[in-house]
Design a protein around this ligand. Structure first.
Ligand code: B12
Length: 282
């Protein structure tokens, strides 16, 4: 039986500011057995410290203890890399440290990817994803691609710094139902818009549903550029992608009704979360 550990709970990034001793004292993952909680703290701290071999060495014991690949990604890996981002922003870390932590993430994802993809039981559609031109960040995009694959999509990953023309060529070649742009820099998010403009200019807008994501991306940005859906994380991306192929299949890319339906899914999710929180309080 896979272990159920709550990774949805918002965490306070301050918990990771000092050392592993401090983070052990926090209220995170208190629903996990003590040895798993300890493993999680060690994984996040090895990512923060950029120790890729030690990170990899901790993944298998966690899997052996019935922790799922998804829990590891959404749990200690997410918190570890988030703290790296905070340190970078505060000038406590520079590029070399961030690159070492990114190596930890890639090494762990390489182990977890086959386990996630093994969940695929059906073939439901095709998605083309890529990180837009000028942007080298791909950890989040890889997670999104993996989760889509597990959900039954064939995913064509165009890699990083993908020029708009390459997205067009891939749409023509693979005929995906969905195309997803990732951007992690405020300086490259505009390339999502440029790529979308080229999709329109090439007469392909109705053929594909356009998804956007990445740390600086928001629903407001999605609305502004006229993309169909924004997803803050991989699970939301999967939910929306599946809905596009099931409930909203008749709506074409760029249809305002599709955009509204995607927004309604967010509202429904928020309402459910609120109801769950209220039920938990009693
Ligand atoms: C790791 C990292 C790097 C690594 C990237 C390695 C790699 N292969 O990806 C390296 C060291 C190469 C790097 C380089 C740089 N980085 Co950097 N980096 C980060 C860091 C710390 C983590 C990013 C990450 O992987 N997060 C974890 C993943 C899981 O989260 P995510 O990417 O957000 O993805 C999730 C969602 O956004 C969503 N999603 C993502 N993509 C998509 C796509 C679709 C279609 C959908 C639907 C959803 C979706 O789902 C994902 C999973 O849940 C961030 C900090 C941060 N807070 O984001 C800075 C950050 C993004 N980097 C930053 C900067 C400034 C840079 C550099 C310019 C630094 C420099 N001076 O050279 C360079 C730029 C290089 C380039 N041209 O791209 C800044 C950007 C600031 C800004 N305003 O733009 C950040 C925010 C750090 C900071 N706080 O200042 N970086």
């Amino acid at each position: 039986m896979p272990l159920r550990i709550d990774t949805e709970q918002d965490f306070d990034i301050e918990d990771l500011q000092y050392d592993i001793e401090d983070s052990r004292e926090t209220g995170r993952w208190t629903d996990a057995p003590p040895e798993i909680k300890e493993l999680f703290h060690e994984i996040e701290w090895n990512i923060i410290d950029g120790e890729h071999q030690d990170t990899v060495g901790l993944i298998q014991p966690a899997l052996d203890a019935e922790v799922t690949a998804r829990t590891l990604i959404a749990g200690p890996m997410a918190t570890g890399i988030a703290e790296v981002g905070r340190r970078f922003k505060m000038d406590e870390y520079f590029l070399p440290e961030v690159m070492m932590s990114a190596k930890c993430m890639h090494a762990a994802l390489a182990i977890l990817k086959p386990l996630i993809i093994a969940e695929k039981t059906e073939e439901i559609g095709t998605v083309v994803v890529g990180t837009v031109q000028g942007d080298l960040h791909d950890i989040g995009k890889k997670i999104v691609a993996m989760m889509l694959e597990a959900a039954g999509f064939t995913v064509i990953d165009l890699g990083v710094t993908v020029p708009p023309e390459d997205f067009i060529a891939a749409i023509r070649e693979h005929r995906p139902q969905i195309v997803g742009f990732s951007a992690l820099l405020t300086t490259t998010m505009n390339m999502q818009w440029e790529t979308l403009k080229l999709i329109k200019a090439e007469g392909l807008r109705q053929d594909v549903k356009v998804f956007v994501g990445g740390a600086p991306i928001s629903q407001a940005w999605c609305d502004k550029i006229g993309a169909d859906a924004y997803a803050a994380d991989a699970l939301i991306a999967v939910d929306k992608a599946k809905a596009c192929l099931n409930e909203f299949v008749s709506w074409k890319g760029g249809d305002p009704a599709l955009h509204a339906a995607m927004l309604a899914m967010d509202a429904e999710r928020e309402a459910q979360k609120l109801a769950q929180a209220e039920a938990a309080v009693g």
